[in-house]
Design a binder for this molecule. Structure first.
Ligand SMILES: Nc1nc2c(c(=O)[nH]1)N[C@H]1C(S)=C(S)[C@@H](COP(=O)(O)OP(=O)(O)OC[C@H]3O[C@@H](n4cnc5c(=O)[nH]c(N)nc54)[C@H](O)[C@@H]3O)O[C@H]1N2
Ligand SMILES: Nc1nc2c(c(=O)[nH]1)N[C@H]1C(S)=C(S)[C@@H](COP(=O)(O)OP(=O)(O)OC[C@H]3O[C@@H](n4cnc5c(=O)[nH]c(N)nc54)[C@H](O)[C@@H]3O)O[C@H]1N2
Ligand SMILES: [Mo]
Length: 717
């Protein structure tokens, strides 16, 4: 080997993309032997689903890892909260200061006054799963209801089918009809798209149901644009037609479903004319889709979480999950429901959390109500400390203006563990530097395919960055907790959980930590019989059947049958604006080049996404005298923000779209769209209601919004 080659000799390390996406790509990191620097970041071509290519947002990952603005050292605030003045401190000082403050708070108010807030910066078992439970349980800290994303859908699918089991995404090539319902995989699950294209080339018919003409919708055979939050009615209407025209599969329902006659009774109330009035979709389209769905087999219904972020989200997903049953499409290759694969492995809860060895959880705070919780809704004891990791609530959580108000409290002690100075980290008392996936160990269980993926640390931590779990170990020692399960290293944690989980998870047969370390990606042990979910006719529900009528819901005081109930925000309405315009419904789904607020500070990706914008229909723009490309004020009773108007027929009249994820600190008004999103909770599981959101839109030039003078002043200095 020449001197030149050995100078640049690299080793390739197999890893896993940690971000909140069903695809969980297998990655290859090329590390230069000479100095341990990562110089290449690629998809692993050996992965059967992700197949060696990365999405546009993760491809430039090394820009993120080596970004000049990475947080590398612990820092203490040295000016007013949010004032941007920091002093570097050591880890020892940071841990001592945090644990001293907590000891005082616990003594005065109890540990319930300390709220840990984490969500989806990483989806790893150690760095979010274990780091989100063990230390906090030991402390007896305030619990967090993790309901910002898909809680209602998860619960609805569990009630209906018994678990989140979905087909192999490659099996879509067997489908003859694919309904992508409130789901935009071209942006949010890009590795599904090549398989979808293959199905289309083989003649499959693709229907997209989404108020917005998304990238996914553009390549569909048919695009239906219901009014937001009316899909429950649409699903009930499809079932109405199917039953009325005797297209249902009665022998299948008799054998495998519970309560189908009661459901048939319920859908009587949803004839096409009523559903057309509710959804804005024509009777003809409803009837045609119902007939097509009932007669084109196999038919796959694929959905995700975007569709259920509104007041009726839980019942909407109950209705969606019922549709395949009515035509006997569960247990069929190429058919059924694709929601999530998360329950193919259920990690042993005792090994993950060690809860039985801890004090009981004193209470839970719904993460969607963070602002309210910090400003008085939670009392006795009030929240006195907030510890944020792997989350950016100011950027990503509804009613953000309230969160900022809470974070400004002088008597709130806030610690943020982050890779970057986010909108949330700005308000911290202490900021701790976090490793990226390249610098930490983890194990991933994807929600879109059936593999496990091990991720070793490919490079040393940058600066003094530490992983979530390593910080928990320091905090545990600082608090004086001496349980051995608070001091294991990441691999020891994984070994314990895998060994404890295998006896109850046939899918883990033959899977050990050692094998994961050696192979990186390991397919779950799924045999021919279990390959197609529910092919044996058994559902892991209490009755063993698809529960179209669900006794567990009755027991909780919920409607046991799916129904359509308009979200409370829509019923309450919003007064017309000063020109007499009715409010628009604002939906705020995924941006193509970010994962929520992650990556939304990377210059190359920001350049692709452009100025924060809002799409409105030409008719709505005309009525509000808004011209294409000008700034508008988007407002309601919660707050306001400034966005650039994009006038387009991609959205229907009455609906506006502004993708989530923008950083307030990178916006001209230091706000983002979450200054207007609702913190009300939905009909099931404390679900967020981002999309049942009424707003007014008016040109920024016309008049100042309330509070805008403040922004002009901020911009002037
Ligand atoms: N590029 C990218 N990928 C991501 C993310 C990201 O931010 N960016 N986020 C990740 C996360 S956290 C998640 S949970 C998943 C979500 O994955 P998806 O659910 O696919 O993504 P969303 O964009 O939230 O919602 C999908 C679609 O639902 C539509 N929608 C909204 N309300 C309604 C409604 O009432 N009815 C119907 N029919 N459609 C509606 C929106 O217009 C949107 O196009 O994506 C993950 N992947
Ligand atoms: N308007 C609107 N807002 C939404 C939604 C919507 O539909 N509309 N969707 C919601 C959904 S679906 C979700 S899932 C939530 C997601 O909301 P969050 O979970 O808050 O996710 P992000 O905004 O991506 O912020 C994650 C942060 O974690 C940091 N991070 C990454 N890895 C690590 C790590 O290993 N350790 C530590 N300590 N930090 C790390 C990243 O730098 C980033 O700042 O957003 C919600 N926000
Ligand atoms: Mo999410």
């Amino acid at each position: 080997m020449s001197a030149m080659t050995s100078e640049n000799e690299t080793i390739s390390v197999r890893g896993a993309c940690p971000h909140d996406c069903p695809d969980t790509c297998a990655t290859l990191i090329d590390v230069r032997a000479r100095d341990g620097r990562a110089i290449g970041f690629r998809g692993d071509p050996d992965h059967p689903v992700t197949q060696g290519w990365l999405c546009a947002k993760v491809r430039p990952y090394l820009d993120r890892v080596y970004a000049p603005d990475r947080l590398l050292y612990p820092m203490r605030r040295s000016g007013p909260k949010g004032g941007g003045q920091w002093a570097r401190i050591s880890w020892d000082e940071a841990i001592r200061e945090i644990t001293d403050r907590w000891k005082t708070i616990v003594a005065e108010h109890g540990a319930a006054a300390v709220l840990p807030y984490s969500f989806s910066g990483t989806l790893g078992l150690v760095q979010i799963g274990v780091a989100g439970i063990r230390f906090w349980s030991r402390m007896g800290a305030c619990g967090l209801q993790r309901s910002i994303c898909g809680a209602a859908a998860e619960t609805a699918v569990k009630f209906t089918l018994g678990g989140r089991l979905a087909p192999d995404m490659r099996d879509v090539v067997h489908s003859k009809l694919i309904v992508l319902w409130g789901h935009n995989p071209a942006s949010t699950s890009p590795h599904f798209m090549p398989f979808l294209r293959e199905a289309q080339r083989a003649g499959a018919y693709v229907v997209v149901i989404d108020p917005r003409r998304t990238t996914t919708a553009r390549s569909a055979d048919e695009h239906l644009q219901p009014r937001p939050a009316t899909d429950g009615a649409l699903a009930l209407g499809l079932m109405h037609v199917i039953f009325a025209e005797d297209l249902h599969d009665e022998p299948w329902l008799d054998a495998y479903a519970l309560g189908w006659e009661a459901l048939r009774e319920r859908v009587m109330a949803y004839p096409p004319e009523r559903v057309a009035a509710i959804t804005g979709i024509s009777e003809d389209q409803i009837v045609t889709l119902a007939r097509r769905y009932a007669t084109t087999k196999p038919a796959l219904l694929k959905t995700s979480d975007g569709i259920q972020r509104h007041g009726n989200g839980g019942q909407t997903v109950r209705a969606l999950a019922s549709v395949p049953a009515v035509v006997g499409q569960y247990g069929v290759r190429g058919g059924g429901l694709f929601y999530s694969t998360s329950d193919y492995v259920q990690w042993n809860g005792a090994a993950v959390g060690h809860r039985a060895e801890c004090p009981p959880e004193p209470r839970k705070v719904n993460m969607n109500r963070l602002g309210a919780a910090l400003t008085g809704e939670v009392a006795d004891p009030p929240l006195k400390s907030l510890y944020v990791f792997a989350a950016n609530p100011v950027g990503a959580t509804p009613n953000a203006g309230k969160i900022v108000e809470g974070l400004k409290r002088d008597d709130l002690f806030t610690v943020v563990h982050e890779q970057f100075m986010t909108d949330t980290a700005e308000f911290a008392d202490i900021v701790l530097p976090a490793t990226t996936q390249l610098e930490q160990v983890d194990l991933h269980r994807p929600y879109g395919h059936r593999h496990l993926q091990y991720n070793p640390a490919a490079i040393a931590p940058l600066g003094e960055a530490k992983s979530n779990w390593d910080v928990m170990r320091l905090l545990a020692a600082g608090m004086g907790y001496d349980e051995p399960w608070l001091q294991q290293d990441a691999d020891e944690v994984l070994h314990e959980i895998i060994e404890a989980s295998r006896p109850d998870n046939p899918t883990l047969t033959g899977i050990t930590l050692q094998r994961l370390q050696a192979e990186g990606t390991v397919a779950l042990a799924i045999d021919d019989e279990s390959d197609i979910p529910f092919a044996d006719g058994r559902f892991p529900t209490p009755s063993g059947k698809v529960e179209l009528s669900c006794a567990a819901m009755t027991a909780l005081g919920l409607d046991p049958l799916p129904d359509y109930i308009p979200p409370a925000e829509f019923v309450a309405g919003l007064d017309p604006d000063e020109s007499g315009n009715q409010p628009l419904v604002l939906i705020t789904g995924a941006a193509h080049h970010f994962v929520t607020t992650s990556m939304a500070n990377q210059p190359a990706l920001l350049a692709k996404e452009g100025t924060p914008f809002i799409e409105i229909h030409p008719a709505d723009a005309a009525a509000r005298e808004v011209t294409h490309g000008e700034d508008v004020i988007v407002s309601n009773e919660r707050g306001w923000c400034t966005l650039r108007a994009v006038i387009t027929e991609d959205v229907p009249p009455g609906v506006a779209v502004s993708p989530k994820g923008r950083w307030a600190s990178l916006s001209s008004d230091r706000r983002n769209v979450n200054w207007v999103t609702p913190d009300a909770v939905a009909d099931l599981a404390g679900q967020s209601t981002f999309h049942s959101n009424l707003v007014h839109v008016r040109p920024a030039r016309r008049e100042r919004a309330p509070g805008e003078a403040e922004v002009m002043m901020a911009a002037a200095d």
